[in-house]
Structures are given as C-alpha cells and as structure tokens.
Design a protein around this ligand. Structure first.
Ligand SMILES: *Cc1c(COP(=O)(O)O)cnc(C)c1O
Length: 375
C-alpha cells in the first residue's frame, strides 16, 4: 500500500487518477501520442480542454455569466494578474483586502505594486471571542468590522488559509456593508472543489490547482464576464483576461498536461457523486480529527472552532521537544509530510479531497499510540 501523504501542496492525488494517467501515458486513447506531445490546437487536446471546463462547470454549478480561465503563474502570479486586470476598472485604483493569514497578506502586498490596496481588516493581532482570547491568525475578522471603500474596484479575501488552517465561507453581501456593486474576489486555492461555492457572493474565484484540483502548473480562474476587459496597459498580453478569454485559454500554449490531469481529477470527483458527496466525506474526516485532538490533553488546535479548516489541520504537541520524534515515527509508520509550516510550527495534516477517511483514521490511530507512549 502507498503511504498516506498529508502534504499541504503539491499534495496527494487520487490514486485512480495517477493509474489512469499512467495507463495512457504513451498513447492517449489510440491517438499514438502522449497528451504532452499533442498540439494544443489539435482536436484531441481541444476535447480534453473542453471536457475539463464542462466538468468543472458541472461540479461547481458555475453560472453561464461566469467564464472559466485556465492560466499559469499559480495563485501567486494571480495575486499580480488580478489587480492588473481589475484595479483600474473604476478609475479609483483602489482595492480592499481582508488579511487573515499568510496568503491573503501576500496578496495584499502584491496588489500594492499596482494601486491603492488597503487592508480592510486583519486578524494579525489577538482578539477576544466569547470571553476567550484568540491568538493572531486563528480567527477571521467579522464582516461588520471590514473597512470598505465604496469606490474600490474589488474586495479580496482568502477563503482557506492553508498555513493557519482558517476557513471562511460566510461570504457577506458587500452591499449590506456599504460597498454596493463592489465585486468580491476570493483565493480558494486550498479548498476549491471541497464544498460548493456561492457565486451569488463571489465575482471572481481563483485557485492554484496543486492543493485540491490537480498538479502544479495550472491556475483556475472563474470570473464574472463583465469584469473582463479592464486591464492596465502594463498588463502582459498573456495575462490579460481579455486575451485569455477570447482564445479559450489558448492565447499562448497552455499547461496542457496539467489541464489534462486536472480534467481527470474532475471526472474522478463526478464519479464519486460530485462536490456535495465529497463535502460529506470531508466533514466526516475533519470532524474525526478535530474531535480527537480536542478530546486529547496531548494535542491542541488553536483555531476558533467557527473557522477551522476542513482541509488543513495544524496541531501542536503539548511537549514540543517531541516534535522531531513524532515526525520521524509518523514517517516510519507511512504517514508523510506532517511537519507544520515554519511560520506556525508544530504539525499540520492536510486532508484534501484525495485523502480517504482511512488515511485520517490511520493518523488518529498513530497519534493515540504516540500519546500513550509519550503522554
Ligand atoms: C498555495 C497557495 C498559494 C500559492 O500558490 P502558488 O501556486 O504556489 O503560487 C496561494 N494561496 C493559497 C491559499 C495557497 O494555498
């Protein structure tokens, strides 16, 4: 059996997808070519690309007035591409950023190169919720507290902070917060396809594929069509949404193999019953792990329960001097890549769609045994 891989990203892929790709590596469906050897404009690849888009649309119930773009540069590239395409939209050059962790902080900093990107709210300090002190970056700023500017070109947030393990899905109606008509832009890199997306609230959703949607190399951008067509003159032509959309994401050579593998992941998800079905599985996995951590006196998760991520579960050992031992023994037990991000410390278990319940159960069994021996 393969070990269980808890990497935050690039992360475990569904085994069926890897085996499927391996089987047609040298000859895709009798074409005599590997997908990576095909012209991106040939009929074979066009079919792969069109099916990938159609399947993604089905999985996320993407409305017709939203375009799907397959781009490159990762979510980090998109942090620059988005302001270059949107911040000039209204002439104010303004955008408001909610900072709830490392990734949204990076997004805000990148946007400042292109305009007046302000921090609308931040969880960088501690707060008190129901009389309990929450440490920095373990909570999400309440929408009523966001400082929004009605003339901003957009508001940006990260809906799943991969490093801190903070997930926020109660996206507000910005009109009710004094910013009517201002589009909400969401970095959903690390939980896209793990649960439904409310497109009545978000105008743009983007995600690097390598957490939950496929391999590194392709970035998914789902954007309301009226927001395309406002790029700054400095925007590289290959990153101008107008060009990308007009050419069905083939303005230049797209990451063909990455799109193909992402397409296989979409088909795998459809076969499992789609996003609603995988969401139930994700709830089951995350609940089992958090319940065990909360019940133990040996492990701790510090994120406020209302915004704990179903995908990324950071946790700490009561005795941090045992960290290296924990990681070495986990590795030997076939539980890989559990080391926490260096900015947080401790451990992190990333349990994306491709992680079955059995993998989470194996982790819990190992944690129990470790606690018994060292607790
Ligand atoms: C991984 C990640 C990124 C960065 O993605 P790259 O593809 O490496 O640029 C950005 N945002 C979030 C939420 C992430 O998890």
């Amino acid at each position: 059996m393969r070990p269980w891989n808890f990497s935050a990203g690039p992360s475990a892929m569904p085994l069926q997808v890897l085996e499927h790709a391996a089987a047609e590596m040298t000859d895709w469906q009798g074409s005599g070519m590997s997908v990576m050897e095909m012209s991106h404009r040939g009929k074979e690849f066009m079919k792969i690309r069109d099916e990938a888009e159609a399947d993604l649309r089905t999985l996320l119930a993407i409305p017709d007035d939203y375009a799907v773009l397959f781009m490159q540069g990762g979510a980090t590239g998109e942090n620059a591409i988005l302001p270059m395409n949107l911040i000039g939209r209204k002439g104010s050059g303004k955008a408001d950023y909610v900072v709830s962790g490392s990734w949204s902080d990076k997004s805000a900093k990148e946007a400042r190169r292109y305009g007046d990107a302000a921090v609308a709210a931040t969880s960088a300090g501690e707060t008190v919720i129901d009389g309990v002190v929450q440490p920095p970056l373990t909570w999400f700023p309440a929408p009523e507290q966001w400082q929004l500017r009605s003339d901003a070109a957009y508001v940006h947030l990260c809906s799943n902070e991969t490093i801190g393990g903070v997930e926020f899905v109660q996206w507000p109606d910005l009109a009710a917060l004094g910013a009517p008509g201002v589009p909400l832009v969401v970095d959903a890199s690390s939980h896209i396809l793990s649960r439904p997306i409310d497109f009545s609230k978000a105008a743009v959703v983007y995600a690097g594929a390598q957490k939950n949607a496929g391999p590194a190399g392709v970035t998914l951008v789902i954007i309301r069509r009226d927001l395309v067509g406002h790029a700054l003159p400095i925007c590289p032509s290959a990153f101008d949404f107008t060009n990308v959309l007009a050419n069905d994401s083939m303005y230049n050579t797209p990451p063909t193999y990455a799109i193909y593998i992402a397409g296989l992941v979409f088909k795998w998800l459809l076969g499992k019953g789609g996003v609603a079905a995988i969401e139930q599985e994700n709830i089951r996995k995350a609940s089992a792990l958090y319940d065990y951590i909360d019940a133990s006196g040996f492990y701790q998760n510090r994120v406020h329960p209302s915004v704990r991520s179903r995908m990324n579960v950071p946790f700490f050992l009561a005795n941090e001097s045992l960290n290296a031992t924990f990681l070495a023994q986990a590795d030997a037990a076939g539980l890989l890549q559990l080391k926490g991000h260096k900015s947080v410390g401790g451990m992190r278990a990333s349990i994306y769609n491709a992680m079955p319940f059995d993998g989470v159960q194996a982790l819990i069994t190992f944690m129990k045994e470790f606690e018994r021996r060292h607790g």
